[in-house]
Design a protein around this ligand. Structure first.
Ligand code: ACO
Length: 368
């Protein structure tokens, strides 16, 4: 038996959902290169692709979109939970985790639908409750991404904002055997339910080394403020052993292909506030140079979170919503992996390497 901390380089799952080539900087989702599909598909098409293995026909898409729409409204129990959490000012991602666990467990198909359709409603309702406003009911006439923006603001979003959010959700929909997806698969491997799996996955996603990075990216850009401060600020962080948020990746050794797609989508929102976008490009360039200086040969590059932060900020979303938005996109991948894992039906049970003592003898409590 070999020991691989973090299961690095261990292949434990076979999947048709997505493929990441960290050396070439390639991401394939459901057979399509990311650049081919992310800026064209609706989110509903993306979910269908992952769940069914092919893009839907027009008729199948209409039926599927209707099925998801029917699952958007939340139960009274979930609403009550969100009100209690808002009264206690719980962080948004924690409220999303709690609300996810409150969804009723039925069968796998119903659970997958209520997770994908319900999480945007949860995020929007909780955000409004936190700000003293009543939740806005979903609009049956709007699609997935449009509904999310509508439920957040109560206003019909323009096509450009809907397209940008859809591109974001599509870009993060699935990404190989990342920590949260693995968590979901481990939970389903015990023959547990999809609601539990996604709730666990949200818990894994919120960590700053995974989906919690984009909020700190904005804080970093705001703290730098001016391009002239970038090098000093970033050097100081690296000198004190801190990690630069939005850089480095467990798999990519070149620029994350998702960064390009998101950078393109973000640019249009900064025509009036070009400063932040220009600052971000300068910080990106400086950070990569300094990372090579401080971590030579590690090939640390921009990851998805850097331009996620910029795009979501451009959409007018508060940084506290960034990780919840990631969950709203990734839930399609999580549920698709749950479906795959259900078919495999094999429990995960790796080994551990015991490094403790074996010779201890019992000492009564009064003698310790
Ligand atoms: N800033 C400074 N140093 C870094 C960074 C960074 N962003 N990323 C990695 N390093 C360092 C590591 O500390 C390590 O140093 P060491 O060898 O001297 O101990 C070295 O570079 C190599 O690290 P890797 O093995 O390439 O990275 P690892 O797999 O350990 O971590 C991770 C990957 C967690 C993403 C890391 O790059 C990181 O913490 N980045 C910042 C947080 C971030 O942006 N997270 C979002 C990731 S994308 C996603 O999950 C959706």
């Amino acid at each position: 038996m070999s020991y691989s901390p973090g299961l690095k380089d261990i292949v434990a799952v076979e999947t048709r959902l997505s493929h990441v080539d960290g050396e070439a900087g390639e991401l394939v989702i459901g057979g399509y290169p990311l650049e081919e599909i992310a800026e064209r598909a609706t989110y509903e098409e993306m979910v269908y692709l992952l769940w069914h293995g092919a893009l839907p026909t027009a008729a199948a898409l209409e039926r599927f979109a209707g099925e998801l729409a029917a699952c958007r409204p939340l139960s009274g129990a979930t609403h009550d939970l969100l009100r209690t959490a808002a009264a206690e000012r719980r962080p948004v991602i924690d409220a999303v985790r709690m609300a996810s666990s409150s969804l009723p467990v039925r069968d796998d198909t119903a659970d997958a639908r209520s997770l994908v359709a319900g999480l945007p409603t949860v995020v929007a309702a909780y955000w409004r409750l936190l700000h003293g406003e009543e939740p806005v009911e979903p609009d049956h006439g709007l699609g997935h991404a449009a509904n999310l923006l509508y439920m957040l603001t109560g206003e019909n979003p323009g096509d450009d904002r809907v397209r940008a959010l859809t591109t974001y959700l599509n870009t993060v929909v699935d990404h190989g055997m990342n920590a949260s997806t693995f968590t979901a698969r481990v939970i389903v491997s015990t023959r547990s339910d999809f609601i539990s799996a996604v709730t666990g996955a949200i818990g894994a996603l919120k960590g700053p080394l995974h989906g919690g990075a984009p909020g700190p990216v904005i804080s970093m850009l705001e703290a730098i403020g001016d391009a002239d401060n970038a090098e000093f600020y970033l050097r100081e962080k690296l000198e004190s052993g801190e990690r630069l948020m939005g850089f480095g990746h467990a798999v990519y050794r070149v620029r994350d292909p998702r960064a390009d797609v998101l950078s393109r989508a973000a640019r249009s929102f900064f025509t009036h506030d070009h400063d932040l976008y220009a600052l971000a490009l300068h910080v990106e360039e400086t950070a990569i140079e300094l990372l090579e200086e401080y971590k030579p040969g590690r090939r640390l590059q921009t990851n998805v979170e850097f331009f996620t932060a910029l795009l979501l900020k451009g959409l007018g979303l508060h940084p506290d919503l960034f990780t919840p938005m990631f969950a709203v996109g990734r839930v399609a991948g999580w549920t698709a992996h749950c479906i795959e894992q259900r078919a495999v039906d094999r429990i995960f049970r790796p080994e551990s390497l015991y490094s403790g003592d074996k010779t201890r003898r019992w000492t009564p409590v009064d003698k310790r």
